[in-house]
Design a protein around this ligand. Sequence first.
Ligand code: AMP
Length: 429
Amino acid sequence: MVKAIRGTRDLLPSETQLWNKVETTARAVFARYGFGEIRTPIFEATELFVRGVGEETDVVSKEMYTWEDRARAASEKAQQLTLRPENTAGVVRAYIEHKLGESGHLQKLFYIGPQFRRERPQRGRYRQFWQIGAEVLGPQSSGAESPVRDAEVLEMLASLLDELGIKGWRLALNSVGSSSDRPRYVAALRAALQPVKASMCEDCQRRAESNPLRVLDCKVPGDQATIDALPRIAEYLDAESTAHFDQVKAALDACGVGYVVEPRLVRGLDYYTRTTFEFTVPDGSGLGTQNALLGGGRYDGLSEMLGGPKAPGIGFAIGEDRLILTLQAQATEAPAHKLDAYIAPLGVERNAAALALARDLRRQGLSIEVGDGSFRLKKSFEAADSVARHIVILGEDEVADAVATVKAFATGAQVKMANAQLAEYLQGV
Ligand code: AMP
């Protein structure tokens, strides 16, 4: 038998109901903050992620699904393509390609869609997973660099998580400095790593040379004490970056959004500048060790790295799979979703009338299932009870008189009524 690929999942109707609810809520919240939806392709030129996300990141160096496209002509070079491992690079590419910055306005864009990373699958970590994300970017004149934007995005996330009913979330916040702070900090890190790197894991040894900032992402237990003793970015922020970070924190305080400053939070992608953040949920929220619900940050140089104009910005990506797992684990009661009614025709001669009645009720907005006239009444009752709140029985007399016998499972009440009154009755009880 052919099975779904390791790390991918089918989402069945018992689950997609919650997925749709989450997406509907996210769309409504994004609309209130002035965001519009963007849909970018699921595959892009590999180079976009190499340049945008960074060659030394785990995502690019180990986890991308990349292949060589077939060249159209012998003279043509085959193109390297990649299934998107994240969506920010694609959004910024689209921003550049469609010259969205030329309007002079701030662009507020959100997306919902699958991403692909060849990670080791476990609970909360998949090879195809969904992200709900948003980006705020624009030319400098649009104010895209302002700490107001950072704080607004963080406050929106807090409101979204609250509205979804996520309990106990925690916001970890940091500033990784601007493009001028970074080289000084990276130089300090590199120097501090020289005498200690030999004792560290293989990845850290390499990164100590190639990209010392990525050492801070290391999860190897034996390396943690060494990493904790390394210089901290806060000591290398210039006055402007410090003021920016202070303003973000002050705005969050004014909005009543709680946060914890975490100096080691540099996040796994190379493009971040200044504000970085992560929302986690407490142990026991269904995520196991994968407790990061969402992450994001500012990326003031990303557009230029991709060959575009200066377009500072800030964004985030929520792991939708993890959001759902958390909601399921934190739910106090299982959502009982049943159809409004199950129509049970008595005898196959009543099948056509049953379908016609179902059509009328569905057109009035009710959710209806139709049985089959060949079922015995007992079987119809069992089938109806498992999927619907009512059973509507259509016998020969009922069809002749345009009436129906209705039973409500919750109360046991049984009544006969004209078909014309049925919709109102079914909605009422
Ligand atoms: P990133 O794009 O790495 O900043 O990740 C943002 C969020 O996406 C994380 O906080 C996770 O919630 C989610 N995420 C990242 N990788 C995976 C994965 N392999 N499976 C499920 N969710 C993921």
